[in-house]
Ligand binder design. Structure first.
Ligand SMILES: Nc1nc2c(c(=O)[nH]1)N[C@H]1C(S)=C(S)[C@@H](COP(=O)(O)O)O[C@H]1N2
Ligand SMILES: [Mo]
Length: 261
């Protein structure tokens, strides 16, 4: 349904690859370099990055973690920073007391978890660097529950391949109604020890601007992979059938599905 503008797709992909190869430190703005290689080459390079990361680094390779002293600024909010969706606003009004994370799809036992239940699950805190495709990065301390054990609680069926994250925030009005942010990762990244559902940031509750009450951290990939305002998790065997079928809101506009860094 969605219209594709080829030059925009090229631009987005080119800047994704450009940002991934920049040496990023601290939090800064960089003018992205646009143009250059054609999309085919970029897509080949992306799938090569994916295969090389999986092959050379193994599925458990950890992203770098940092010291408290390396946190130099608040996590810079990006993308949606204040969802205006009615269901979200109602939850925010109650300090997310009525929030439930739905886990469904290809699982043995669908789950509906309150924030308290999630906070009582095993917790992990990690200080990591967030790299946005736009060319800035931030080091911040994230606290949350590892996604792998939570998926085990639901019992992932053998046919499942992807973990889809459905979010509250509306990005645009589409022909069939509001288009909400969504993202997906494979089960290797879902079970990676640093992949968490975060409810804490820099020692405090996760602020609305950064995705309250719950956002994903997928530390070996770019910022757009880390869905904020997560409403539901759905296990699937395909990326088709959701949005434009490319596995994420920005992927539907041309970003690479694998945003490895
Ligand atoms: N639901 C939702 N998740 C999102 C976005 C968004 O607009 N909506 N933006 C993405 C992008 S591009 C980035 S860089 C990070 C920003 O996270 P931050 O606001 O905590 O810095 O969230 C990602 N996840
Ligand atoms: Mo981003």
């Amino acid at each position: 349904m969605r219209k594709f503008d080829l030059s925009r797709r090229r631009f987005l992909t080119a800047s994704a690859v450009g940002a991934a190869s920049l040496p990023l430190a601290g939090c800064f703005d960089a003018a992205g370099t646009i143009g250059g290689p054609v999309r085919d080459t970029l897509e080949r390079a992306n799938s090569l990055t994916y295969r090389i990361q999986r092959l050379l680094l193994g599925s458990d390779h950890l992203a770098a973690e940092y010291a408290e002293s390396e946190i130099r600024q608040p996590q810079r909010p990006n993308g949606t920073v204040s969802p205006q969706d009615d269901d979200y606003l109602a939850l925010a009004d109650s300090q997310f007391g009525a929030y439930r994370l739905e886990v469904s799809g290809l699982v043995e036992r669908p789950l509906s978890l309150s924030l308290d239940e999630i906070r009582n699950m095993p917790a992990r805190t990690q200080i990591t660097r967030h790299d946005c495709v736009e060319g800035w990065s931030c080091i911040a301390k994230w606290t949350g529950t590892p996604l792998g054990p939570l998926l085990d609680q639901a019992g992932v069926k053998p046919t499942a391949r992807y973990v889809m994250f459905e979010c509250y925030d509306t990005m645009e009005q589409g022909f069939a109604g509001p288009v909400k942010y969504y993202e997906s990762i494979d089960l290797i990244d879902a079970r990676h020890p640093q992949t968490i559902l975060a409810y804490g940031l820099n020692g405090a509750a996760l602020p609305v601007a950064n995705g309250a009450p719950l956002r994903v951290r997928v530390e070996r990939q770019l910022g757009y992979k880390m869905a904020k305002y997560v409403r539901a998790i759905r296990l699937t065997d395909t990326l088709a059938g959701v949005g434009g079928g490319r596995g994420g809101y920005w992927e539907d506009y041309g970003y690479d599905w694998f945003g490895g860094i």
